[in-house]
Design a protein around this ligand. Structure first.
Ligand code: UDX
Length: 430
């Protein structure tokens, strides 16, 4: 099928590249001329495993191309995916002006039937607004349908998540749109959930919020575990083996970050409020996510007594492993706090240091984990990179001034660490 992707960011580019891999003829559009220039050379502007290989393959096969012209894109695609950004506004709601602009341009340009699909993360009822906007600007009365097709991609495994999803969700208003959507995904073997447009939009909100809720839930439980003499890792395993609960997303730690969860939660709270429901449950999820960071800093304070003047080594800056993304990363909050209390900070992260330098130009960035540890009073682990699990712990201890480790991701076992001579604190582990 001829398919156009408007917005070649994280979601759009992954979608375009994967759809071309599935055999469709895809044109990706973006108004960022520099980005299009890079893409035309086969260079991915974002770091995502496997993306650049598929990008190059698609270009070589001739099933994938790029343009900065919406007009050209609109002419090409029978199906047009809108994947433009929907950044958060001050009030927590999503800024949908880019979607409106794109919808208007499509309506003005299209000269034959189009299926227009929203894939950006949007508040429920955006599909209806999208339809109204197209109707208003569709002066020549060209036929079209609107569909919602939320994405569930995770950074670091976006290609796999796209090609082997747990489910495909589509919201449509008629059989014509459903048939086309089925055709687009016919090569993917996954349950296909067909709903109306609003239900598809809510599935996205509700899924992300539920996952964030699971994390805050286990983090809340972890604070009780610690006080009760229980171990949250054992508790999570015991809970997770009940398949009604499930093992995933029950890792206690310093909370969730990233571009999606915090933003999507706030957007769901806002849209629920606009529709007349308070969603206090999700406000609590955000509150716990904040509390757990403060709880972590208090642990550091307890162990070091005074933070002022102490040398603190930090391993891990990105919001999760295998990405250089630091948006809403707990590390930013923690570093800010420690600096306020006049700590001397030395850090290492395998991928995210370049981005962090823009926020904290004056802390000490090191080329490897061990260099951060020389004469350190404490080591804080903030991201569970595989590399940190394999540290030479004897060497770590010998380098440090005092062998204190506060592990925000529970990558080590308390008894083992104590046996090795560390003063070790994880999250939710007595
Ligand atoms: C998330 C959703 O998983 C994805 O479906 C959606 O499309 C976009 O948002 P992503 O933000 O890439 O994906 O990361 P994810 O792997 O879900 O992790 C989010 C955050 O939760 C990370 O900060 C991670 O450290 C934290 N987390 C995750 C935990 O603290 N504990 C867990 O058990 C799982």
């Amino acid at each position: 099928m001829k398919i156009t992707i408007i917005g070649s960011g994280y979601v759009g580019l992954t979608t375009g590249v994967c759809l071309s891999h599935l055999g469709h003829h895809v044109v990706c559009v973006d108004n960022d001329v520099e980005k299009i220039r890079l893409l035309k050379k086969g260079i991915s502007p974002i770091y995502e495993p496997g993306l650049e290989e598929l990008l190059k393959q698609g270009m070589e096969k001739g099933t994938l191309s790029f343009t900065d012209s919406i007009e050209e894109g609109t002419k090409h695609g029978l199906a047009i995916f809108i994947c433009v950004g929907t950044p958060p506004r001050e009030d927590g709601g999503a800024d949908l002006s880019s979607i409106e602009l794109v919808a208007t341009r499509i309506a003005e340009t299209m000269d034959e039937y189009k299926l227009i699909i929203e894939k950006s993360t949007v508040p429920v009822q955006t599909g209806l607004k999208l339809k109204t906007t197209i109707e208003l600007n569709n002066k020549r009365g060209i036929e079209f349908d609107v569909a919602s097709n939320p994405e569930f991609l995770r950074e670091g495994s976006a290609i796999k998540d796209f090609l082997y999803p747990d489910r495909i969700v589509i919201g449509v208003e008629n059989e014509r749109a459903e048939k086309l959507m089925r055709e687009i995904y016919e090569k993917i073997d996954a349950p296909f959930i067909v709903t109306n447009i609003q239900s598809a939009e809510i599935i996205k909100h509700a899924s992300n919020s539920f996952l964030a809720m699971k994390i805050s839930y286990i983090n809340a439980v972890s604070m009780v575990c610690e006080k009760a003499g229980a171990d949250v890792k054992e508790v999570a395993l015991g809970m997770g083996l009940d398949h009604r609960i499930g093992k995933e997303f029950l890792n206690a730690g310093i909370g969730f970050g990233g571009f999606c969860f915090p933003k999507d939660l706030k957007a769901f709270i806002k849209i629920s409020e606009d529709l007349g429901y308070h969603m206090n449950l999700l406000k609590e999820v955000l509150k716990i996510n904040q509390e757990i960071r403060e709880y972590f800093i208090n642990k550091v304070r307890d162990l070091l007594w005074n933070i002022k003047g102490k040398k603190i080594a930090i391993l891990g800056l990105s919001f999760k492993p295998n990405t250089d993304d630091i948006r809403e990363a707990p590390s930013i909050y923690i570093i800010k706090h420690l600096l306020k209390e006049d700590a001397y900070i030395s850090v290492y992260d395998p991928a995210a240091m370049k981005k962090m330098k823009r926020i904290f130009p004056d802390i000490d960035y090191k080329e490897n984990p061990y260099d951060t540890l020389v004469d350190a009073n404490a080591l804080l682990i903030l991201t569970e990179w595989e590399e940190f699990r394999n540290l030479d712990l004897e060497r770590v201890k010998n380098l440090m001034k005092t062998p204190i480790i506060v592990d925000g991701r529970n990558i080590f076992e308390p008894e083992e660490m104590e046996r090795l001579g560390f003063i070790y604190r994880g999250i939710g582990r007595a």
